[in-house]
Design a protein around this ligand. Structure first.
Ligand SMILES: Nc1ncnc2c1ncn2[C@@H]1O[C@H](COP(=O)(O)OP(=O)(O)OP(=O)(O)O)[C@@H](O)[C@H]1O
Length: 208
Protein backbone atom coordinates (compact mmCIF):
# COMPACT_ATOMS: atom_id res chain seq x y z
CA UNK A 1 0.00 0.00 0.00
CA UNK A 2 2.63 2.55 1.10
CA UNK A 3 6.30 2.04 0.43
CA UNK A 4 9.19 4.26 1.44
CA UNK A 5 12.56 3.63 -0.20
CA UNK A 6 15.86 5.17 1.00
CA UNK A 7 14.04 8.33 1.96
CA UNK A 8 16.00 11.40 2.99
CA UNK A 9 14.83 14.83 4.07
CA UNK A 10 16.60 18.18 4.33
CA UNK A 11 15.24 21.48 5.62
CA UNK A 12 17.15 24.72 5.31
CA UNK A 13 20.20 22.74 4.10
CA UNK A 14 20.21 20.67 7.30
CA UNK A 15 19.81 16.91 6.97
CA UNK A 16 16.96 15.65 9.17
CA UNK A 17 17.06 11.95 8.32
CA UNK A 18 18.45 9.65 5.65
CA UNK A 19 18.08 6.07 4.51
CA UNK A 20 14.54 5.47 5.73
CA UNK A 21 12.97 2.36 4.19
CA UNK A 22 9.75 0.61 5.15
CA UNK A 23 6.63 -0.91 3.65
CA UNK A 24 3.11 -0.79 5.06
CA UNK A 25 0.26 -3.12 4.21
CA UNK A 26 -3.44 -3.19 5.02
CA UNK A 27 -3.82 -3.68 8.77
CA UNK A 28 -0.52 -2.04 9.76
CA UNK A 29 -0.13 0.66 12.39
CA UNK A 30 3.11 2.66 12.34
CA UNK A 31 3.91 4.97 15.21
CA UNK A 32 6.65 7.51 14.47
CA UNK A 33 8.42 8.90 17.49
CA UNK A 34 11.61 10.87 18.03
CA UNK A 35 13.02 14.00 19.60
CA UNK A 36 11.59 17.46 18.87
CA UNK A 37 12.87 18.61 15.50
CA UNK A 38 13.90 15.13 14.32
CA UNK A 39 11.51 15.44 11.37
CA UNK A 40 8.33 13.54 12.30
CA UNK A 41 6.01 16.16 10.80
CA UNK A 42 8.35 16.55 7.83
CA UNK A 43 8.15 12.78 7.23
CA UNK A 44 4.35 12.75 7.36
CA UNK A 45 4.25 15.62 4.86
CA UNK A 46 6.46 13.55 2.54
CA UNK A 47 4.14 10.56 2.93
CA UNK A 48 1.18 12.75 1.95
CA UNK A 49 2.99 14.23 -1.03
CA UNK A 50 2.78 17.74 0.43
CA UNK A 51 6.56 18.05 0.07
CA UNK A 52 9.13 16.24 -2.04
CA UNK A 53 12.02 14.18 -0.64
CA UNK A 54 15.67 15.18 -0.95
CA UNK A 55 16.53 11.51 -1.64
CA UNK A 56 14.59 8.33 -2.19
CA UNK A 57 10.92 7.95 -2.99
CA UNK A 58 7.45 7.32 -1.60
CA UNK A 59 5.14 4.94 -3.45
CA UNK A 60 1.43 4.64 -2.91
CA UNK A 61 -0.19 1.52 -4.36
CA UNK A 62 2.92 0.89 -6.47
CA UNK A 63 3.18 4.35 -8.01
CA UNK A 64 5.42 7.25 -7.09
CA UNK A 65 3.40 9.63 -4.97
CA UNK A 66 4.51 12.72 -6.88
CA UNK A 67 2.71 11.40 -9.98
CA UNK A 68 -0.61 10.95 -8.19
CA UNK A 69 -1.47 14.55 -7.36
CA UNK A 70 -5.05 14.34 -8.62
CA UNK A 71 -6.04 11.14 -6.84
CA UNK A 72 -4.17 11.41 -3.54
CA UNK A 73 -7.23 12.74 -1.70
CA UNK A 74 -9.20 9.62 -2.52
CA UNK A 75 -6.41 7.33 -1.28
CA UNK A 76 -5.30 8.87 1.99
CA UNK A 77 -6.69 10.93 4.83
CA UNK A 78 -4.35 13.43 6.46
CA UNK A 79 -4.93 15.29 9.73
CA UNK A 80 -2.20 17.78 10.60
CA UNK A 81 -0.94 18.77 14.04
CA UNK A 82 -3.08 21.92 14.13
CA UNK A 83 -6.81 21.39 14.62
CA UNK A 84 -7.40 23.46 11.47
CA UNK A 85 -10.84 24.73 12.41
CA UNK A 86 -12.21 28.13 11.38
CA UNK A 87 -13.00 30.21 14.46
CA UNK A 88 -16.09 31.90 13.05
CA UNK A 89 -17.73 28.77 11.66
CA UNK A 90 -19.90 26.55 13.84
CA UNK A 91 -18.88 23.03 14.83
CA UNK A 92 -21.18 21.52 12.20
CA UNK A 93 -20.01 23.92 9.49
CA UNK A 94 -16.39 23.14 10.28
CA UNK A 95 -16.84 19.39 10.05
CA UNK A 96 -18.84 19.74 6.83
CA UNK A 97 -16.01 21.81 5.37
CA UNK A 98 -13.27 19.51 6.69
CA UNK A 99 -15.03 16.43 5.34
CA UNK A 100 -15.51 17.79 1.83
CA UNK A 101 -12.50 15.91 0.41
CA UNK A 102 -13.73 12.47 1.37
CA UNK A 103 -17.36 12.51 2.29
CA UNK A 104 -20.64 13.77 0.91
CA UNK A 105 -21.16 15.82 4.07
CA UNK A 106 -24.66 14.51 4.73
CA UNK A 107 -26.17 16.02 7.85
CA UNK A 108 -26.92 12.64 9.45
CA UNK A 109 -23.32 11.44 9.00
CA UNK A 110 -21.95 14.74 10.31
CA UNK A 111 -24.22 14.48 13.37
CA UNK A 112 -23.14 10.89 14.06
CA UNK A 113 -19.45 11.78 13.77
CA UNK A 114 -19.85 14.74 16.13
CA UNK A 115 -21.71 12.55 18.61
CA UNK A 116 -18.90 9.97 18.41
CA UNK A 117 -16.36 12.56 19.59
CA UNK A 118 -18.63 13.93 22.34
CA UNK A 119 -19.74 17.10 20.56
CA UNK A 120 -23.48 16.43 20.44
CA UNK A 121 -25.22 19.64 21.52
CA UNK A 122 -22.36 21.83 20.23
CA UNK A 123 -23.37 21.66 16.55
CA UNK A 124 -24.31 25.35 16.34
CA UNK A 125 -21.55 26.68 18.59
CA UNK A 126 -18.94 28.86 16.88
CA UNK A 127 -15.53 27.28 17.23
CA UNK A 128 -13.90 30.27 18.91
CA UNK A 129 -16.11 29.41 21.89
CA UNK A 130 -14.64 25.89 22.25
CA UNK A 131 -11.69 24.61 24.25
CA UNK A 132 -8.51 23.36 22.56
CA UNK A 133 -9.51 19.74 23.20
CA UNK A 134 -12.98 20.30 21.74
CA UNK A 135 -11.45 21.89 18.65
CA UNK A 136 -9.15 18.87 18.29
CA UNK A 137 -12.23 16.65 18.54
CA UNK A 138 -13.77 18.39 15.51
CA UNK A 139 -10.70 17.51 13.43
CA UNK A 140 -10.81 13.93 14.73
CA UNK A 141 -14.54 13.61 13.99
CA UNK A 142 -13.46 13.15 10.36
CA UNK A 143 -12.31 9.67 11.37
CA UNK A 144 -15.90 8.71 12.15
CA UNK A 145 -17.36 9.69 8.75
CA UNK A 146 -18.37 7.04 6.20
CA UNK A 147 -16.51 6.19 2.97
CA UNK A 148 -13.05 7.22 4.12
CA UNK A 149 -9.81 6.18 2.44
CA UNK A 150 -8.15 3.22 4.20
CA UNK A 151 -4.83 4.99 4.79
CA UNK A 152 -4.83 7.52 7.64
CA UNK A 153 -1.85 9.82 8.30
CA UNK A 154 -2.19 11.60 11.63
CA UNK A 155 0.20 14.16 13.09
CA UNK A 156 0.08 14.27 16.91
CA UNK A 157 -3.62 13.31 17.03
CA UNK A 158 -3.70 13.03 20.85
CA UNK A 159 -2.73 16.68 21.42
CA UNK A 160 -5.13 18.37 23.89
CA UNK A 161 -7.29 15.25 24.34
CA UNK A 162 -8.29 14.19 27.84
CA UNK A 163 -7.77 10.63 29.14
CA UNK A 164 -11.13 9.33 27.93
CA UNK A 165 -10.67 10.94 24.51
CA UNK A 166 -7.19 9.44 24.23
CA UNK A 167 -8.41 5.94 25.10
CA UNK A 168 -11.29 6.23 22.65
CA UNK A 169 -9.02 7.38 19.83
CA UNK A 170 -6.49 4.62 20.53
CA UNK A 171 -9.28 2.04 20.33
CA UNK A 172 -10.69 3.57 17.14
CA UNK A 173 -7.31 3.53 15.40
CA UNK A 174 -6.60 -0.05 16.47
CA UNK A 175 -10.05 -1.12 15.26
CA UNK A 176 -9.51 0.61 11.91
CA UNK A 177 -6.28 -1.35 11.39
CA UNK A 178 -7.72 -4.62 12.60
CA UNK A 179 -10.47 -4.19 9.96
CA UNK A 180 -7.92 -3.77 7.17
CA UNK A 181 -7.11 -0.06 7.42
CA UNK A 182 -3.63 1.42 7.78
CA UNK A 183 -2.58 4.14 10.23
CA UNK A 184 0.61 6.16 10.39
CA UNK A 185 0.79 8.50 13.35
CA UNK A 186 3.35 10.68 15.03
CA UNK A 187 3.13 10.89 18.79
CA UNK A 188 5.28 11.12 21.91
CA UNK A 189 2.48 9.28 23.70
CA UNK A 190 2.95 5.54 24.48
CA UNK A 191 -0.06 3.75 23.03
CA UNK A 192 -1.76 1.42 25.45
CA UNK A 193 -4.01 -0.01 22.72
CA UNK A 194 -2.31 -1.07 19.51
CA UNK A 195 -3.28 -2.73 16.28
CA UNK A 196 -2.26 -6.38 15.91
CA UNK A 197 0.32 -5.36 13.28
CA UNK A 198 2.10 -2.58 15.14
CA UNK A 199 5.51 -1.05 14.39
CA UNK A 200 7.38 1.62 16.33
CA UNK A 201 9.78 3.82 14.36
CA UNK A 202 12.25 6.02 16.22
CA UNK A 203 13.20 8.73 13.74
CA UNK A 204 16.06 9.78 16.01
CA UNK A 205 17.91 6.67 14.78
CA UNK A 206 17.89 7.93 11.19
CA UNK A 207 19.30 11.35 11.98
CA UNK A 208 22.63 11.93 10.32
N1 LIG B 1 8.56 25.45 7.18
C1 LIG B 1 9.81 25.16 7.55
N2 LIG B 1 10.85 25.76 6.96
C2 LIG B 1 12.11 25.45 7.31
N3 LIG B 1 12.44 24.55 8.25
C3 LIG B 1 11.45 23.94 8.86
C4 LIG B 1 10.09 24.19 8.55
N4 LIG B 1 9.31 23.40 9.33
C5 LIG B 1 10.16 22.69 10.09
N5 LIG B 1 11.43 23.01 9.82
C6 LIG B 1 12.61 22.45 10.45
O1 LIG B 1 12.63 21.06 10.23
C7 LIG B 1 13.02 20.39 11.41
C8 LIG B 1 12.05 19.26 11.70
O2 LIG B 1 10.76 19.80 11.98
P1 LIG B 1 9.54 18.85 12.21
O3 LIG B 1 8.37 19.73 12.51
O4 LIG B 1 9.43 17.89 11.09
O5 LIG B 1 10.01 18.06 13.52
P2 LIG B 1 9.20 17.15 14.52
O6 LIG B 1 10.01 15.92 14.76
O7 LIG B 1 7.81 16.94 14.03
O8 LIG B 1 9.22 18.05 15.82
P3 LIG B 1 8.23 18.14 17.10
O9 LIG B 1 8.42 16.89 17.92
O10 LIG B 1 8.76 19.35 17.79
O11 LIG B 1 6.83 18.33 16.58
C9 LIG B 1 13.10 21.41 12.54
O12 LIG B 1 14.46 21.59 12.89
C10 LIG B 1 12.55 22.67 11.95
O13 LIG B 1 13.33 23.77 12.31
Amino acid sequence: MLEVVALGCERDQRKLFTGLTFRLRAGDMLRIQGPNGSGKTSLLRLLCGLTQPTNGRVELFGQTLARQRDIRASKLLWIGHAAGVKALLTVEENLTWLSALHSTGETAAIGKALAAVGLRGFEDTPCHALSAGQQRRIALARLYLPNLPNLWLLDEPFTALDTAGTEQLEAHLARHCDHGGTVVLTTHHELSKRACAYVDLDLGQYTS
